[in-house]
Write a protein of this length. Sequence first.
Lengths: 743, 161, 119
Amino acid sequence: MSDLDDFKQTYFDECSELLTELEEQFAAIDAGERSPDRLNAVFRAIHSIKGGGGAFGFSELVAFAHAYETLLDRVRDGRVEMAGQVVTLCIRANDIVADFVAAAKRGRSLGATYGADERKQFDALSTGQASEIAPPAEPADDDAFDIDFTPVRVELDIAAAGPATAGEDSFEQVPLTVEKGHWEIHFTPHGELYARANDPLLLFRELASLGDLSVVAKLTDIPSLADFEPFGVYCSWELTLNSPSATAESIGEVFEFVEGNCDLSIALLTPRAAAQPTLADLAALVRPPPAVDDTAPSFAALAEDIKAERAAAAPLPPTPKLLAVPAESAPPFSQDEPEERRGGLDDRRNAGIQSIRVDLEKVDRVVNMVGELVITQSMLTQQMDDTLRARYQELVRGLEVLAQTTRGLQDAVMAIRAQPVKSVFSRMPRLARELAQKTGKKIRLEMVGEATEIDKTVIEQLSDPLTHMIRNSADHGIETPAQRLALGKPEIGTIRLSAEQAGGNILISVEDDGAGINRERVMDVARERMVVGPDQQLSEEQIDNLIFAPGFSTASEVSDISGRGVGMDVVLSNIKKIGGSVHVRSRTGQGTRMTLRLPLTLAVLDVMLVKVAGSPYVIPLSSIVETIQCARADFGRAPSGARVLRVRGEYVQVVDLSERFQLPSGLDLGRRFVVLCEAEGSVKVALVVDDIIGQQQVVIKSLEENFEHIDGIAGGTILGDGNVALIVDVQGLRAPVLHRSAA
Amino acid sequence: MDSLAYRDDFTATQTAGENSLQLIAFSIGEQTYGVEITTVREIRAWNGATPLPNTREYVRGVINLRGTIVPIFDLRARFGEGQTSPTKNHVVVVMSVGDKWVGILVDAVSDILTVSKDDIHAVPQGNSMDTELLNGIVTHESRMVGLIDLHAVVSGTKTEA
Amino acid sequence: MRVLTVDDSRTILAMLHHTLSNAGFEVLQAEDGRKGLEMLAKEPVGVVITDINMPVMDGIEFIKSVRSSGLHNSLPILILTTETSQDKRDQGRAAGGTGWIVKPFDPEKLISVIHRVVH
């Protein structure tokens, strides 16, 4: 069913969220927090995964989840304690469930034995006695209503409301010849039936779909108006159903919701009834509609009563009493029906945050419009020159308020699309566990700053790079336990995954306390693959960052974890695609730290607008240290021949943007300007531009959306005049110009 | 703003029948080229573009299309016929290629043609640019119209250092 | 006719929405019992379909609240349950539920069960 396929994606998305939640909840449970809320939450998570899985026929998943769910049900009941081994088992089970989900997504099977041990343990914990784990039960044969086989006298009701009964037809039915399929049903509803919004008329309607139905109402129990209780029940019915195909089961099914709230008897008249009657016999049986007991009022009489009462203005009982139903066994319907309640379930009001689900498209539209608003507001402000400022003070003030409000709106809108990195981080502990197992190393994963929020579209791109980086640390960074002990390090290696916001960026870093980057090896490989020239000299930092160079890979041993090579260049290109950058720093013997810097989209970027070869460029203000006129700058040459700038005792690399961007400048150096910037690791770089226009606020727009990444460019923005200005990627410009690898 | 024509509901309009194609035709000098009308989103007058560094000479730069940055390809330059010196009379045809929007700088847009698929011939060998960039040639009212292969036009844009 | 669907699983809500709107119902959605009550307070509804296990307020509490308000005595409420044991259904009925439908639900069965409890 192709319809189902649409929902599969929704289901898998939901599973992904639920699995993340399970990971979180069990982290807390493992730490000793076992509130009823948590236990209920984990139950519901597995319950939902199982439920959806059933709809799509993921039978392996459902079978496992069912066993797990049963245990969790016992746990939340208090019958099994969530502690020690049980917690460990559940954590393992979460991973197994995730595996089943992943397999289901790919249409694969994991085989009958996968998770079988854990299932056995669940079963053992859950019951200890005969397992309740059964396939969906077939409707039991011993259903709860009586089938009475004594023949019952038939009353021919010619005036009945059945669809097929009218005049002569009913004679044709000759009810006395009991064909198979003549049923007699007695039905007396109790008060609770009505209280649950069940309606006899609807039940009869359904019965009528099974065959020919005739219905007789028994009204003899209706009391006088004075004794008439509004919620009382006084009616019962006798029904006759002629149907060749109906069975006790199918008739019973009609009443399945209301059994227990009514008196019901269903009888199939046996063929042993009288022989073929003659017409005379039939005539004798035809009786007028059942005589109503004269002592009980008919409805007509009741109506008269009511009229009379009204005329007398006799007050009806002011409040309807919920009363005991006449005769039969039914307990009174009341508000506080005693029930078995599980302890602690009554008060489950979460202090939860209210939320709604919104189409991402709608959010994107709002984000874009706010972006336009920022640009327009910025343009308006730009138009303010001094004369205008002096003349229209109110206008100026108004624009200032507008600027503030727009800023606030922007922050709010960004926050809508921002999500905690938690959802990506939560997959990492499991990865670390697996890596530890496969490499035989002892690894502990620390996570910090999971609540840091980042744009939703960026989050999805993070998973692969983070996975690569953690694998890299586990593979090449962390030493074996023996090695570590020999080095005087703790046996368990630590990988620290952290996220924080800094300026207009999010910094995500993976840091390990392992061996650090083997710089000699890196240089060897780099020279071998011609990523650097044979005589090229590089700083330690530059060597470290070589691992991101295209075509670079130290994995001559192709480990089955990291696959082919290390994939660091893939990490870099992925990050660049979303407008970010990667940086690595390492200390031999002590460890390595890789940092991803990601932009906050729709950030109001405060920038300096400059001109290079007649085209506008912007440089993030946060990167700028100062600006210097070239005529006054102290230029020099490094031994390698590269131009440097001498500033306060420091020698700073010079990058001439018109040269770098291959755009002819036409201005001689003396008329140009230096913008001194600070990049990653507090290293400075001096950018040479043609002119400096001024400060602005801009909105970042993607270049990759319709084009592709360009080295040295971090993205685009739209200026107040509507033109596109490119954002200079300060960090990207710092990279040494490497030889292209021989492809 | 400078939009000359804009398709608001950007859905495929195959009104001409199963075996025919509707093209928007435009000219570069004396040559006429065409693209399927379903790929065209908008036609704008040329109003400048911000140049992109380190790209091929036929990548003219980028423009602001209602808040989105869209690259402009100089079609003449792409065919190796030199750079266009665009004026306000030149035209940018904004089209979808895969999941991206790109703009093509042309001299003028002529009209909408309906051609039969049967009339499309293979590109004759000889001119390597044509074979690389065209999907076929069709004759319409004694004019030869080259059918542009958009994917080929927009690929290979980075320059070597 | 309006149907209110109450379930914390958005997969189930989506599937219910699909089946029910194809059958001509106008579908309202809530992700827990409390939201369900809020929706009922705002708009009249012809039938309710609710899950049992939900955060904030579960299906049993929801049904009890609905019945005890006195405003919805003839509002049919169907319980969605994956439970095959009689226990859950009894609980649901006891709380005031009109009937039930078993998850995973067959779209035709869903419609026929609704048909069974509404005019």
